[in-house]
Write a protein that binds this ligand. Structure first.
Ligand code: COA
Length: 177
């Protein structure tokens, strides 16, 4: 069972009880503003997504962690690793991603979870490189990438929607946990 504790968070696999709070997060247009084409997701789509995230854990040995607040037990959202196969030029990479409910923004939780995810990537999974792919304009994500020590490598275009993307990367052989 893969679990990580940080000072304020528990990063863990997904439980059935996570569906309702994660669906609320996915149904919020403020959350989905920079995700894919900005469409919100309903309950069924969220259930399907969580199933897919769990499959990735089983298949790849990494995935998106459910991020729980230690103090309250609330689900804040997710942070973790995935294969960014929506972008063919990066389909052989491992990417880091994050999505929290607005109640959990502005408190450093995403950065705390992302830092622990990079530690997991290098210490548990022996990965030597992780990328972060965000839409141009998604300054909150660029801020996290910068704080993690990732550097912007290039621009790309989302082949699904035509949006410009920024690709950041970090050499984990140089990562200071
Ligand atoms: C992207 C997202 C995760 C960023 O969340 P966030 O809360 O802004 O990110 P951080 O964890 O870096 O916290 C930001 C601020 O919290 C503040 N903060 C408050 N308490 C803090 C603490 N104890 N430690 C660190 N920072 C703290 C800091 O001021 C920090 O801002 P700064 O880096 O400018 O100093 C969030 O906006 C989100 O989920 N958006 C919707 C989904 C999305 O767009 N995902 C990416 C695209 S796919």
């Amino acid at each position: 069972m893969t679990e990580i504790r940080t000072p304020r968070l528990l990063l863990r696999r997904w439980y059935d009880d996570d569906l309702a709070p994660m669906a609320d997060i996915n149904a919020d247009p403020r959350v989905m503003r920079w995700v894919d084409d900005g469409s919100v997701l309903g309950l069924d789509a969220t259930a399907e997504a969580i199933e897919g995230w769990e499959d990735t854990w089983d298949d790849e040995g990494f995935g998106l962690f459910a991020v729980e607040l230690l103090a309250s037990g609330e689900l804040a959202g997710f942070t973790g690793l995935f294969v960014p196969d929506f972008l063919p030029e990066a389909a052989s990479e491992v990417a880091i991603g994050w999505r929290l409910g607005p109640a959990f923004w502005g408190q450093g939780y995403a950065s705390e979870a992302a830092h622990a995810t990079l530690e997991f990537a290098v210490q548990d999974r022996n990965l030597d490189r992780v990328v972060s792919i965000n839409r141009v304009g998604d300054t909150a994500s660029e801020n996290i990438a910068r704080k993690l020590g990732m550097t912007r490598e290039r621009e790309a275009e989302d082949p699904r929607y035509g949006f410009p993307l920024h690709v950041h990367a970090i050499d984990l052989t140089e990562f200071q946990a």
